[in-house]
Design a protein around this ligand. Structure first.
Ligand code: URA
Length: 253
């Protein structure tokens, strides 16, 4: 085992957990556990101290024997995911995936979070592993805004129920925002703001109150809003949006 280097010995060197998080290996905390478990080596030697510092491009870092390195250029894209597209990069059943929407020549990007096959809307794609981990951490409670067209018209009692918590088979839902934004003859549009991200949560909550979802779109994710980005279109985030995302992720550290 190598001994950790004194802080600041090499300019630009960073703690191993930060390096591993930037490389998308795991969150900083989980990366420290990987180090403690003896699964990380630097320049051929297994390290045992989370205080070990490494320099990108100069040190060879391996996890379980695989070389890992942070991306050189960080890319952030917003996709308006169409219906009938998997939120994965590869589908064994050959269905369309979000990878089909990433412009050619981009580095390998990963979806941050997940939308159901039939859900449309805002999906963030990035190679910034550290930011992605922070945004997806349950502790972070990123607010997500959904626009659901439902069967029937929820009444005031239904909305209170949605806001206070709905009993699902995996437990009570956390407080949420809920309002009816449009009423038609037999359907209504409901806006829901959730700070959790359980599987099919919006669909299950609305079914539980007797108003199953007909269509579902995510219109905001943390500080990002979909705006008028057409379905199937992708655009890079602006610098202001990336700054806002970073600032919001900081709150999760
Ligand atoms: N809730 C759902 O039910 N589905 C989604 O895709 C996202 C949130």
């Amino acid at each position: 085992m190598t001994t950790p280097e004194p802080a600041g010995e090499r300019e630009g060197a960073e703690r191993i957990a930060k390096y591993l998080a930037r490389a998308g290996v795991a969150s900083r905390r989980a990366s420290e556990e990987l180090v403690a478990a003896g699964r990380v080596s630097v320049n051929g030697e297994v390290i045992g101290s989370p205080g070990t510092k490494v320099l990108t491009g100069a040190d060879e870092v391996r996890v379980d024997g695989e070389v890992v390195s942070p991306p050189e250029e960080l890319v952030y894209l917003m996709l308006n995911k169409p219906m009938g597209v998997m939120t994965t990069l590869d589908d064994p059943q050959g269905r369309p995936t979000v990878a089909d929407y990433i412009p050619a020549g981009m580095p390998r990007l990963f979806p941050v979070g997940r939308l159901d096959y039939t859900t449309t809307g805002l999906l963030l794609l990035t190679n910034d592993g550290e930011l992605a981990h922070l945004m997806m951490h349950p502790r972070h409670h990123v607010p997500k805004l959904y626009y659901a067209v439902v069967d029937g018209v929820p009444d005031a009692g239904d909305l209170t129920h949605l806001r206070k918590g709905v009993q699902l088979d995996d437990g009570m839902t956390a407080p949420a925002g809920a309002r009816v934004v449009q009423v038609r003859e037999r359907t209504a549009a409901v806006e829901l703001t959730l700070r959790e991200g359980r599987k099919r949560q919006v669909r299950r909550m609305l079914s539980a109150i007797g108003h199953p979802v007909i269509s579902l779109a995510r219109t905001a994710y943390g500080p990002l809003t979909l705006g008028d980005l057409p379905e199937g279109a992708v655009r890079p985030l602006s610098t202001a949006e990336v700054d806002a995302l970073r600032a919001s992720a900081k709150g999760a550290e």
